[in-house]
Design a protein. Sequence first.
Length: 325
Amino acid sequence: MTPFSRITGTGSFLPPRRVTNNDLARELAARGVETSDQWIIERTGIRARHFAEPDVTSSDLGLEAARHALEAAGRSAADVDLIIVATSTPDMVFPSSAAILQNKLGISGCPAFDVQAVCSGFVYALTVADAMIKTGSAKCALVVGAEVFSRILDFNDRTTCVLFGDGAGAVVLEASAEPGILSSDLHADGKHVGILCVPGHVSGGQVLGTPLLHMDGQAVFKLAVRVLEEAARACLQKAGKVDTDIDWLIPHQANIRIMQGTAKKLKVPLEKLVVTVNEHGNTSAASIPLALDEAVRGGKVKKGDTLMLEGVGGGFTWGAVLLNM
Ligand code: ACO
């Protein structure tokens, strides 16, 4: 057994259609829904998001991100012995988007499954992959966050539809003699189901309930800042590290105000905060690996840097992973 797991490659993919706040405001105005570039930027930091075409699925976006991550790791799909996809917008009710992605990668046999923890999905998936590598169940895992949130947005609800976008990010996590993932800390509290949910399900050939995103934004905001700080501090403590050891803070990209509030509480200077929410919007489980890949490819994150990844989302779920690149 190898004592550690380490990220050896990152990748991401955004669907080509970029929708600015002004584009969206025009589309919404045609429905009688009023919003503005200024309101969206001031309250969220979002300037644009990407939307997938109707026939594009989470596994399609995940496939492109996975290919880039494998290439960066110098691996081929045949090396992969575990696939975990974090998504709340799977291709089908079943099978998992991970099984569909496995087939699209042209491989078979290795375990493949989805993790459903909404916007915390990627830190959940990374933690599971780390544990499977440390116990010898896998050596080369593909961990993907992929979403088509545009499918579950209510474009008559301006308080939510301006916040989200589509995309995918991926990492290759491999068994390593050197420490990569240092610690993780995951939580859920199901009593908050109602503040952020898509309250619909399939029954008898029909959708029952409302298959569109519902959110109490202010309740989410308050909870998010508190739990993100707690999870990050727990990770630091488990790894015997302190806040000044963090080279880069990569939180779930939901809202610039939540992200800056968390950085402030953790005493991480804003120059060390990786921000992509301005261009991606909130891509749920894809947001952290998307931001990580942009930071790696943009030359910010370098080998040996210490990263704090943090997710929070529906459930309520939250968690953090501290790692060395
Ligand atoms: N355009 C214009 N006006 C709007 C819009 C919009 N898109 N949305 C709401 N408003 C109006 C409201 O109607 C309200 O008007 P009123 O005062 O006349 O009633 C006013 O703006 C203020 O609305 P609030 O809801 O109080 O605005 P707030 O400052 O709380 O910002 C926001 C709303 C951005 C949703 C904020 O609460 C937030 O960011 N919450 C966290 C949401 C989040 O990050 N969720 C995702 C995390 S988990 C996950 O990723 C799944």
